[in-house]
Design a protein. Structure first.
Length: 296
């Protein structure tokens, strides 16, 4: 049927071309001219059809790319929102770079928020700056929490040597021995620390003496004898495990620096003494006369 249709069109075109050129229908010149015209028409039609098909394919491909880009933008926006919320939640747990609630429950809440941000980072996502800053602050706070037992032990030894042994009990009574390197005016005033003592601590921090005095034995990244410091991949912070122990169960690890037996005994003795001494120091401070606020 198609062949007959094309033959019919060719004959009609042959007659038209023959009439226009003066050639007889069915003659050699008419037939050649007709087929040349037909081939030209076929080529033009095929080229036009190919162009339209290619344009439709390109349009469909662009739509696919645009949809994928829009989906990616939506996913990134959702991920950024989640990271920013986790960063805000993390910052609410901190004050001056340390955990507000330094109990184990407070630390576990810190771990939960850290895990959200660490997971996002592990997936290769670029965190918003605020979320990245919160992640960095959270890791520092986790390290300070982890090192708090040994920092408190070293503070008890450092303070008398610096002529500040008289404030040791007060600081221990307020659970501040491990953070004497970062006592803000607000915290110092809240625990009743004398201004002169805080100024001496500030000088020691500025000189680097206090930071060095509180640093764990062996420096940052070290572990006590018989223990290893290992990285938690899910939270991005370190925990302690007995050397040679390949188990990673919750019962076999410690988040806080494990103290040696002698250090534990010293800490227990100091804490009991601090409770009584701190109470006496606070009572003595309360008995001081209030400063005059203006001229009479």
């Amino acid at each position: 049927g198609s062949a007959a249709l094309w033959r019919g069109r060719a004959m009609a075109l042959e007659e038209h071309v023959g009439a226009a050129s003066g050639a007889k229908p069915g003659g050699p010149a008419g037939s050649a001219a007709a087929w040349t015209k037909l081939n030209s028409m076929e080529a033009a039609f095929a080229a036009s059809l190919k162009t339209r098909v290619e344009e439709q394919i390109q349009l469909a491909e662009r739509r696919v790319v645009e949809k994928a880009a829009e989906a990616k933008r939506s996913e990134e926006a959702a991920n950024n929102h989640e990271a920013e919320e986790a960063g805000d939640a993390l910052r609410e747990l901190l004050l001056d770079g340390c955990l507000i609630d330094s109990s184990q429950e407070g630390f576990l809440r810190l771990l939960e928020t850290l895990q959200v941000l660490v997971l996002a980072h592990a997936e290769g996502r670029l965190l918003p700056k605020a979320a990245q800053d919160a992640l960095d602050q959270g890791k520092v706070a986790a390290r300070l929490y982890s090192e708090s037992p040994i920092r408190a032990v070293r503070a008890r030894k450092w303070l008398p040597g610096a002529g500040l042994g008289h404030i040791s009990g007060l600081l221990e009574a307020h659970d501040l021995l491990d953070r004497i390197h970062n006592l803000t005016p607000v915290i110092a005033a809240r625990c009743g620390l004398p201004r002169s003592a805080r100024e001496e601590l500030d000088k020691a921090v500025a000189s680097g003496l206090l930071t060095a005095g509180l640093a764990p034995p062996g420096g940052m990244g070290a572990a006590p004898r018989g223990w290893e410091r290992r990285l938690s991949r899910s939270a991005g912070v370190y925990y302690f495990q007995r050397a040679g122990d390949t188990s990673a169960s919750a019962e076999q690890i410690q988040w806080k620096w494990p103290l040696q037996p002698g250090e534990i005994a010293d800490a227990a003795s100091s804490q009991s003494e601090a409770a009584a001494r701190g109470a006496l120091e606070v009572a003595a401070l309360k008995e001081l006369p209030e400063p005059e606020t203006g001229a009479k």
